[in-house]
Design a protein around this ligand. Structure first.
Ligand SMILES: [Zn+2]
Length: 161
């Protein structure tokens, strides 16, 4: 290589990284995933002090710092809080394939919960999306205990807005 320029073409290095791994989901998240996989049910956990419901369930209330043990059902419908629409293709890190566009990441408050979840919103008409619309979970037929695939996506409830 000469001086400050980049006259030479950089070399490329072929490499295949094979790094399978798994991690322990823990009791609370396992309960959440099991209910989703086996029964298409969403469960949260309720704080005994402030009565807030967290989904996915967590052991300690973030505000009260008390242990939560009461599992409660949470609706598969909710309200779109915020969203991001991506209109350029990029690689899905879980499959290695290009993500379909538009890809919409959604921040959703499910009915019966006091926390928000993140998932994909199936967007067919960009003019219908806005914060505050009602959304519904669409479950996969072949559920395996994976949050992002057992709920295939969320969709805007017909008639809203
Ligand atoms: Zn609390």
């Amino acid at each position: 290589m000469e001086g400050k320029g980049y006259a030479e073409t950089p070399l490329s290095i072929d490499y295949v990284a094979d790094m399978p791994y798994s991690y322990h989901a823990g009791f609370y998240y396992s309960k959440f995933l099991r209910e989703l996989r086996d029964n298409k049910r969403l469960v949260g956990v309720k704080c005994p002090a402030c009565r807030k419901v967290y989904i996915p369930p967590r052991i300690v209330c973030r505000d009260c710092f008390v242990k939560m043990e009461e599992f409660v059902p949470v609706s598969d419908q909710g309200t779109l809080i915020a969203f991001t629409v991506t209109n350029f293709s990029y690689t899905d890190t879980t499959t290695g394939n290009p993500k379909p566009i538009p890809y919409t990441a959604a921040y959703i408050r499910l009915d019966g919960s006091d926390s928000n979840i993140v998932h994909r919103l199936d967007l067919t008409d960009e003019t219908k999306i806005k914060s505050g619309v009602r959304v519904q979970a669409v479950f996969s037929e072949n559920r395996t205990g994976d949050y992002f695939t057992d709920i295939d996506h969320f969709t805007i409830i017909k008639g809203d807005p």
